[in-house]
Design a protein around this ligand. Structure first.
Ligand code: C2E
Ligand code: MG
Ligand code: MG
Ligand code: MG
Length: 273
């Protein structure tokens, strides 16, 4: 017992752990400042149809840290989620993406483009979420029908009734919803039909080996069939090769996203044709 306690005490003062805690705290205060200083940016990745025409873009968050360079959202979004910073960050993302949408709408060449925005669980669970989306649309004049919000399965499972109410409120404005990383969470088929969703995104982990792994191929095929029968569009994520595209196309996929068509880029580099 004493030994166990001793070990716990030791672990508490573990220098490696202390360093981690300190680094996290530093990253958090850096992010708080970074948001104020305008270090966050949105990159845009094209979504294309079966003819490779660009139909929209997914907005992907980047942080241009003065010392670390470009920081991936995989590094700071989870931290922002834990600390609550995702709330102001999420508002910034919504406003910036809607401003882009409004700007594209003002040019006939880009007026048809949709913009997809990723929403995190903590952001979605706030009571203010619906009014934040509404506010971003109103302030920018963006067309709600061209805005797509990407939610995840885990986010929808925690308080499904609340999720349905929020989604319905935004649906009545014309906002569309996609289920991101589909297949990686707890896929309960019964809630799929309860939710006002329009789109499923096949996770890139199934697309990666779709040509060589029978299970991944079966999952991709199943998600496409499911989308067809429930009336959802299906987007394949992480398409990197012609072979993957052809396979998915043969299975009836009509929307694609991945390095084959374009990487996420700053808006000035976004090619819409
Ligand atoms: P996600 O929403 O599933 O976004 C797709 C990720 O796959 C992006 O990573 C994108 O750059 C990457 N990707 C796209 N095509 C390919 C491909 O062909 N091959 C490979 N290997 N990867 C590809 P990214 O930009 O690093 O974003 C990672 C995750 O961070 C996103 O996954 C999303 O969950 C989260 N995220 C990004 N932006 C935001 C945001 O504004 N708010 C929130 N809450 N989360 C965000
Ligand atoms: Mg996404
Ligand atoms: Mg995804
Ligand atoms: Mg993902």
């Amino acid at each position: 017992e004493a030994k166990a306690a001793g070990r716990n005490t030791l672990r508490f003062f573990d220098p490696a752990m202390q360093l981690m805690v300190a680094q996290r705290a530093e990253l958090e205060s850096d992010l708080r400042l970074g948001l104020k200083r305008g270090e966050l940016m949105l990159y845009y990745q094209p979504v294309v149809d079966a003819n490779r025409a660009v139909v929209g873009a997914e907005a992907l968050l980047r942080w241009l840290h003065p010392g670390r360079g470009l920081v991936s959202p995989l590094e700071f979004v989870p931290l922002a989620e834990q600390t609550g910073l995702i709330i102001p960050v999420g508002v910034w993302v919504l406003q910036t993406a809607c401003a882009q949408l409004a700007q594209w709408a003002s040019d006939p060449l880009t007026a048809h483009l949709t913009v997809a925005v990723n929403v995190s669980a903590r952001q979605f669970r706030q009571d203010e979420f619906v009014s934040q989306v509404q506010g971003a649309l109103q302030q920018t004049g963006a067309d709600p029908k061209l805005l797509k919000l990407e939610l995840t399965e885990s986010l929808l499972l925690t308080d499904t009734q609340d999720a349905i109410m929020k989604m319905a409120a935004l649906r009545s404005l014309g906002v569309r919803f996609a289920l991101d990383d589909f297949g990686t969470g707890y896929s309960s088929l019964s809630y799929l039909k309860m939710l006002p969703l329009q789109q499923l995104k096949i996770d890139q982990s199934f697309v990666r080996d779709v040509l060589t792994d029978h299970n991944d191929a079966a999952i991709a095929r199943t998600v496409l069939a499911l989308g067809r029968s429930l009336g959802f569009d299906v987007v394949a994520e992480g398409v990197e090769t012609e072979g993957q595209r052809q396979f998915l196309l043969d299975q009836g996929c009509t929307l694609f996203q991945g390095y084959l068509f374009g990487r996420p880029v700053p808006v000035a580099e976004f090619r819409f044709n």
